[in-house]
Design a protein around this ligand. Structure first.
Ligand SMILES: N[C@@H](CCC(=O)N[C@@H](CS)C(=O)NCC(=O)O)C(=O)O
Length: 208
C-alpha cells in the first residue's frame, strides 16, 4: 500500500488523482500545512526534505525496497513508470507529455500559486502582486486554450500525467480570477476531465 502525505491543495490532488486513475491502493496521511509546523516536523522532513506536500512512500520501490519521494511532477512520472499508464509509449508523444508536465510544474503551478497568495492569502491585498500574477495566469490560460483548440488533451490525443497535473490548478480558476468562459477550449477539457470518476475521487482527497 502506498503511503500518501497530502493536504487539500492542487499539488496534493495531482497525486491522489493519479493513484485513483492507476487503481493503486493508498493510505492518506493529512499534513496540515496551515499549522506551519506539521510539514516541518523532523519525521516528515525525512520523507520530504523541502517541507511541503505531497510526498509518497512506496513500500515496493524500484529495487523492491521502500522508496520515499517528494515533488508532485516526479511522483507522477514515477507512478506512470510503475504502472505503465498515462505516459505514452511512443517517444514523440512521451516527450510531448513531459513538455506539458514541465509547463505545469514550471509555470502553471508557481504563477497560479503566487496569484492566490496575493489575491487571497494576504489580509491586505497587494495590487502589484495581484496584477502581475493575475495577468500571467490569464496568459497561461491563453497558451493552454490554443493548445487545446488543436488537441483533445494537453499534450495530444491521449490523456496523460500532464492533464492530471494541470486539472487541480484549473479547478481553482475562481481563486486566480479567471473566467473559464473566455477560454472555451480549456473549459471543454476541464468539463470532460471533471466527469472522470478517478478525477472526482482524487479531488475529494483528503476527506474533511
Ligand atoms: N514543487 C512542489 C511544490 C509543493 C508545494 O508548494 N506544496 C505546497 C502546497 S500546494 C505546500 O506544501 N506548502 C506548505 C509550505 O510552503 O509551507 C511539488 O510540486 O510537489
Amino acid at each position: 500500500m502506498i503511503e500518501l502525505y497530502t493536504w487539500s491543495t492542487p499539488n496534493g490532488r495531482k497525486v491522489s488523482i493519479m493513484l485513483e486513475e492507476c487503481g493503486l491502493p493508498y493510505n492518506v496521511h493529512k499534513i496540515n500545512i496551515g499549522t506551519n509546523s506539521e510539514q516541518f516536523a523532523p519525521e516528515y522532513l525525512k520523507i520530504n526534505p523541502n517541507g511541503k506536500i505531497p510526498s509518497i512512500v512506496d513500500p515496493d520501490g524500484p529495487d523492491g525496497k521502500p522508496y520515499a519521494m517528494m515533488e508532485s511532477g516526479a511522483i507522477l512520472v514515477y507512478l506512470a513508470g510503475k504502472t505503465g499508464r498515462f505516459l505514452p509509449k511512443s517517444l514523440r508523444s512521451r516527450y510531448d507529455a513531459l513538455q506539458w508536465l514541465m509547463f505545469q510544474m514550471g509555470s502553471v503551478g508557481p504563477m497560479f500559486g503566487q496569484a492566490h497568495h496575493f489575491m487571497r492569502a494576504k489580509k491586505d491585498e497587494v495590487p502589484y502582486g495581484s496584477e502581475r500574477y493575475g495577468n500571467e495566469a490569464k496568459r497561461l490560460y491563453g497558451v493552454m486554450d490554443v493548445q487545446l483548440a488543436r488537441n483533445r488533451f494537453l499534450s495530444g490525443s491521449e490523456y496523460t500525467i500532464a492533464d492530471v497535473a494541470t486539472y487541480p490548478w484549473v479547478a481553482r480558476h475562481e481563486w486566480h480570477r479567471v473566467d473559464l468562459g473566455r477560454f472555451p477550449n480549456v473549459k471543454r477539457w476541464y468539463d470532460a476531465l471533471g466527469e472522470r470518476p478517478a478525477v472526482m475521487k482524487g479531488m475529494a482527497v483528503p476527506a474533511p
